[in-house]
Design a protein around this ligand. Structure first.
Ligand SMILES: [Fe+2]
Length: 208
């Protein structure tokens, strides 16, 4: 166990899924999705049948091709004999600056953000059960969907969420997603674990 594991334990001791205090401007963000032709890249081009598309916010080189970052880094490393981590993808893309409704809130920890993206699910789109065991913590948010249309199962429990809020999610525990409608959108941010980024969560709890 290293320092980042101890800090992660501090965060996960507060819950496996809990909201932060800021609420995103949902309508502004939705308007941008509609005007940007946003989701042209598959999420994991080897698994098209999983019906997911992505929009890169932080990538390896600041590009938005999604070539490596929109997919499983663990699978990519295995197939290509590489050693990427979530923090290898810490260059903001042009979309990060476009979505200032999101980036403004994260400004205090902008230098600690790794692989991050929006994901859009088609009807029947899903992630099968898995764990994310990298040295980061996850903040996630939801758009244009509800717990009725997008099932998020974390540690065998169905999660109640409100669109537009940021949540800490303990994705080291087994989790899966399934969308019953098209255009369910989630935002996934990987944050490098440090005292600063831990304090960021602790000082921005909705329920404190
Ligand atoms: Fe995951």
């Amino acid at each position: 166990m290293d320092d980042s594991d101890i800090l992660f334990s501090t965060l996960s001791a507060l819950g496996d899924f809990y909201p932060l205090s800021f609420h995103l401007n949902h309508q502004e963000i939705f308007h941008k999705f509609m005007t940007k032709e946003s989701f042209t890249r598959p999420y994991n081009k080897n698994k098209i049948g999983y019906k997911r598309r992505g929009l890169s916010l932080f990538s390896h080189d600041g590009g938005d091709s999604g070539e490596i970052d929109l997919g499983s880094i663990r699978e990519y490393n295995f197939l290509n004999n590489t050693n990427y981590s979530e923090m290898s993808f810490n260059k903001p893309t042009k979309h990060w600056n476009d979505f200032h409704e999101v980036s403004n809130h994260l400004e205090p920890i902008a230098d600690s953000i790794g692989r991050s993206h929006f994901i859009s699910f088609d009807e029947g789109g899903f992630f099968p059960p898995h764990r994310d065991l990298g040295k980061t913590y996850r903040l996630i948010s939801f758009f244009d969907c509800s717990p009725l249309s997008l099932y998020f199962i974390l540690d065998n429990k169905k999660i109640a969420f409100t669109p537009g809020y940021f949540y800490f999610a303990n994705t080291r525990k087994s989790h899966s997603l399934f969308s019953f409608q098209k255009n369910s959108i989630i935002l996934v941010l990987n944050i490098e674990i440090s005292q600063k980024t831990t304090n960021f969560v602790l000082s921005n709890l909705l329920e404190s």
